[in-house]
Design a protein around this ligand. Structure first.
Ligand SMILES: O=P(O)(O)O[C@@H]1[C@@H](OP(=O)(O)O)[C@H](OP(=O)(O)O)[C@H](O)[C@H](OP(=O)(O)O)[C@H]1OP(=O)(O)O
Ligand SMILES: Nc1ncnc2c1ncn2[C@@H]1O[C@H](COP(=O)(O)OP(=O)(O)OP(=O)(O)O)[C@@H](O)[C@H]1O
Length: 497
């Protein structure tokens, strides 16, 4: 990147999350990830360039030295911290402002520090990694936490039955974050059972929220950003996807979307190069991965048994990393209090304990080799907190799946392992958003966990009482409708064209 030639017209708005705004280059397969701050955050506006650069370098180090060894060399792109002209950033910020979703405009892009993260554009992967000739089709999934807590510190029994995502849905709807409930359940996606995975992705398609996006040629064509009340149009999506399907096209829109889902399942279960991801293996009790009572799937389907994920597939690696959270926030919070107390007494220990990094090999060693027994030390507490933070990153990351029709891949780079997914497609997977979660977030996480659970319990109790009242007023007919649960058929919800 030639700094003196940086021109805002070469970049366009690509997307954003809670912490960063992403712009993509109009010609090269590159993106710039710029951090965002609350408008009134004077502290960040006062940061020096060196402090801001250090912050971004910390993100790169964390991705490269901590997350990459745990998740696998080939699917993590750590990027590079870059310094950019302030004038370019100001112009860029003005240019992208009108494209930003209103719901994200409570924060402003950092135009003060002159620092950003430069990464390959992973939504254009098919251009650079799969095939030069194949169309670029890319799916982004933010799978969230794929297991039920197995920690003895869990005090609310419901947490062992219903997963956090499913409970959180009720809280999000009540707060107005979303207008409709998602029927997606992460435990279905992480089950390794192809049927359950199929339904999980179908539910993502039907109600994507911020968990599912589709890009073609690097452009977002499907996914909910701002109009949170708008129902997604699956027919229109199917039409737009047609050119990306191999010859011998599925006859109907429904069949086409079904093939897409199967291709995604295949990519998620495909074997990555073995031996690159970190050890040791985390063993959680089987019931923590079995099923969630919040899932709309028929109990029979859930009981049929799930084989678990094959080793060396991307979901297995993510789940293993998520399961570093062995204590649950309820077990981690008292350890956080222990560390806080220690730091009040000996503030200079913050550096030695690597609370804010550096994220180097020593940090990874503390994560991987943290003892399982609490000896009362601050070192044990910090080790568990490090593990929890790494797990939090894995619970909030996104998977990008680039799909290309088979038979057109005569230009595949030989060094890259491309897996057959569903016959008809080849795929390549990567993981993004691997930032460190701040140590200070633990107090917030603790409160949020309690709010989500309390709200869910209240909601279930209220619904139960309403149901009982209704039954007293209008007794049900002989064939009880409760024998049937939602989501038993394979029908995708969409209108005929
Ligand atoms: O707490 P959660 O599960 O709601 O996750 C937050 C995400 O909300 P989600 O439920 O996925 O819509 C949230 O995503 P959105 O802003 O809702 O798109 C962020 O990813 C947030 O991470 P960070 O604090 O910005 O680093 C996430 O916060 P962390 O929990 O990862 O700190
Ligand atoms: N390297 C990349 N290539 C292509 N697209 C990217 C890349 N990095 C990020 N994006 C896109 O930009 C969006 C926002 O990026 P990212 O998830 O990193 O933001 P964030 O603010 O950290 O998110 P969160 O809300 O989860 O904290 C992603 O959902 C993805 O669509």
């Amino acid at each position: 990147m030639e700094l003196e030639k940086m021109d805002e017209n070469d970049w366009r708005y690509h997307g954003e999350g809670n912490r960063s705004l992403v712009v993509s280059h109009v010609q090269n397969s590159q993106v710039l990830r710029l951090l965002k701050y609350p408008m009134d955050d004077a502290e960040h506006a006062r940061q020096t360039t060196d402090q801001a650069f250090r912050h971004i370098q910390n993100i790169v180090d964390y991705s490269k030295n901590v997350m990459k060894p745990l998740l696998g060399e080939e699917c993590v792109h750590h990027g590079e911290a870059v310094k950019l002209p302030l004038d370019f950033l100001r112009q860029l910020s003005l240019k992208v402002q009108q494209e930003r979703p209103e719901s994200r405009c409570d924060k402003v892009m950092d135009t003060f520090s002159g620092c950003a993260l430069c990464l390959p554009n992973l939504t254009q992967l098919s251009a650079c990694r799969l095939s030069k000739r194949s169309p670029q089709l890319c799916i982004e999934i933010k799978p969230k936490c794929g297991f039920l807590p197995f920690s003895q510190h869990v005090t609310q029994e419901v947490k062992r039955r219903v997963c956090r995502f499913c409970m959180h849905q009720h809280f999000k709807l009540a707060n107005g974050k979303w207008k409709r409930m998602s029927r997606y359940c992460p435990l279905d996606l992480f089950s390794g059972n192809k049927q359950r995975m199929y339904f999980a992705i179908k539910h993502l398609l039907e109600e994507p929220q911020n968990n599912f996006k589709i890009f073609t040629s690097g452009e977002l064509i499907y996914g909910c950003e701002d109009d949170r009340a708008k129902q997604q149009d699956l027919c229109e999506l199917a039409q737009r996807l047609r050119p990306h399907f191999p010859s011998g096209q599925p006859p109907s829109n429904k069949a086409l979307l079904s093939e897409l889902i199967q291709a995604i399942v295949g990519a998620l279960l495909g074997t990555l190069e073995p031996g690159h991801a970190g050890e040791p293996q985390r063993r959680a009790p089987a019931e923590s991965r079995a099923y969630c009572q919040g899932s709309p799937l028929h109990p029979e389907l859930l009981r049929n048994g799930s084989p678990g994920l094959p080793k060396h597939c991307i979901l297995y690696r993510i789940l293993q990393t998520q399961m570093l959270d062995s204590l649950d926030i309820e077990g981690v919070y008292p350890l956080y209090r222990r560390v806080e107390q220690h730091l009040e007494e000996i503030p200079k220990d913050r550096g030695r304990l690597q609370i804010d990094g550096p994220y180097n090999e020593k940090f990874l060693e503390k994560v991987v080799n943290c003892p399982s027994e609490d000896d009362g030390s601050v070192e044990y507490a910090v080790g568990k907190i490090h593990q929890y933070r790494v797990a939090m990153t894995a619970k909030d990351c996104s998977v990008l799946i680039a799909l290309a029709p088979c038979g057109q891949d005569d230009t595949l780079e030989p060094s890259l392992e491309i897996q057959p997914s569903k016959p008809g497609f080849t795929s390549s997977v990567s993981i993004l958003d691997l930032d460190p979660k701040p140590y200070e977030n633990i107090a917030h996480q603790y409160k949020l966990d309690s709010k989500i659970v309390s709200y869910y319990l209240w909601k279930m109790q209220t619904e139960k009482e309403q149901h009982q009242q209704q039954q007293q007023q209008h007794p049900p007919p002989a064939l009880a409708s409760h024998l049937y649960r939602e989501g038993q058929d394979c029908t995708l919800v969409f209108q005929p064209v």
